[in-house]
Design a binder for this molecule. Structure first.
Ligand SMILES: NC(=O)c1ccc[n+]([C@@H]2O[C@H](COP(=O)([O-])OP(=O)(O)OC[C@H]3O[C@@H](n4cnc5c(N)ncnc54)[C@H](OP(=O)(O)O)[C@@H]3O)[C@@H](O)[C@H]2O)c1
Length: 355
């Protein structure tokens, strides 16, 4: 399908200029300046869908106001290229259906984001959308899937490995579970009761610890897995206790990877990370290897996730969809703790309308 190449001078967009929660800092701009025609290896994309995400909310909350002036929130999107710079490969020419993630640096420096009708970004950030998945699904695949990919890569998961995914029902965790199962690992995950059925039936998790039914996840792990320890623990929640007690359920040569930051302040997180990485066991440190990282985000990784999704090996669960104007309700749902999957924003639904 050839995209509409009419390029408007204004667009609908949400923006923020100070740090805080979406309800407090976001404002809707019905006539925000649209991006200019792309140069070099940049593309201008008309956005079909965007998804709400933990890094999207964190960037809105944490980045000092000094650096943000009319910043557009969120990172993930799907849509169609409507204009391409002269150095863009033919597969991303005008009309191509694409998906991907704005880099965090791009978001911070250029105030770029995906809760808008159009975005200009480098072709390295995008991948061609497989025809077998919807634009809504594609908008959920990239960023948090890439974080999971990096965890699985760093842990060098292979067939037969025993892996614990803490927070397997979340966006990062569900992607990590699917990547580990695809590699032939035995996967145990934590989640709450409302997600247990989906974890087993749809994602094929081998065993579940329902964290709402136990007093302490580490204690439950000590009870059940001290005789059959894990090769790797992928923590998508950020539990310090899980690491401190892990010698009971993680093999001595095993790796603990944490990307979660749900416990404590930013400063506390940094201090704990330094302690976890640097404190030797003879000085009271935990005798297990610990790593954390900010995942590299790029179009090649997104393309890999797209290929897995098109083979049915990377499922995306969509909880609900909100219009662009109703983004605040979307964030309320996202932060309610009740969502069963991703919260998606329909900006110019290319699944149902000829765009
Ligand atoms: N380092 C990076 O590059 C990077 C990038 C992106 C995200 N992150 C971080 O990665 C983490 C996961 O992100 P996400 O988007 O996947 O979050 P999410 O979708 O909100 O998932 C959160 C997970 O935590 C679980 N959970 C909530 N409360 C819990 C508790 N008390 N005990 C155990 N588990 C609990 C949830 O289980 P239920 O839903 O079943 O209750 C769910 O599985 C976040 O902390 C995020 O900031 C890091």
């Amino acid at each position: 399908m050839v995209a509409n190449t009419y390029l408007p001078s204004t667009m609908r967009a949400w923006t923020f200029s100070s740090g805080g929660t979406p309800e407090k800092v976001l404002s809707f701009k019905p006539s925000f300046p649209a991006p200019a025609t792309p140069n070099g290896s940049d593309v201008l994309v008309k956005i079909s869908h965007a998804s709400l995400s933990s890094p999207g909310s964190n960037l809105m909350r944490d980045i000092p106001s000094l650096l943000r002036k009319n910043a557009i929130p969120e990172l993930d999107f799907s849509g169609r290229v409507v204009s391409a710079g002269p150095d863009v490969p033919a597969e991303f020419a005008s009309g191509a259906a694409v998906f991907g993630t704005v880099s965090k640096l791009g978001s911070i420096i250029h105030n770029q984001g995906t809760l808008a009708e159009y975005i200009v970004l480098n072709v390295n950030c995008i991948a061609v959308k497989p025809t077998s998945i919807t634009f809504a699904e594609a908008a959920c695949l990239s960023c948090l899937g890439q974080v999971a990919m990096e965890m699985v890569r760093q842990a060098k998961i292979k067939k037969g490995d025993r892996v614990l995914v803490n927070g397997g029902s979340g966006a990062v965790g569900a992607a990590a579970v699917q990547l580990c199962k695809d590699l032939g690992a035995f996967v145990v995950t934590t989640c709450s009761t409302k997600h247990a059925y989906r974890m087993k039936q749809s994602l094929g998790v081998d065993e579940i610890i329902d964290y709402t039914q136990v007093n302490s996840i580490p204690a439950a792990l000590e009870n059940s897995y001290s005789a059959s320890q894990f090769d790797a623990i992928l923590d998508a929640v950020g539990s310090r206790e899980l690491f401190l007690r892990c010698p009971k359920y993680l093999k001595p040569e095993g790796l603990f990877i944490n990307v979660g930051d749900s416990n404590g302040s930013r400063l506390g997180l940094i201090l704990h990370t330094l302690q976890n990485v640097l404190q030797p066991s003879i000085l009271g440190g935990v005798p297990r290897r610990y790593i954390t990282f900010g995942a590299p985000l790029n179009g090649q990784n997104a393309a890999h996730l797209g290929r897995l999704a098109s083979k049915g090996k990377m499922m995306v669960f969509i909880d609900s969809t909100f219009s662009l104007e109703d983004v605040i309700s979307g964030y309320k749902r996202y932060k309610s703790g009740q969502a069963q999957g991703r919260v998606v924003i329909d900006i110019a639904n290319m699944d149902t309308r000829d765009q």
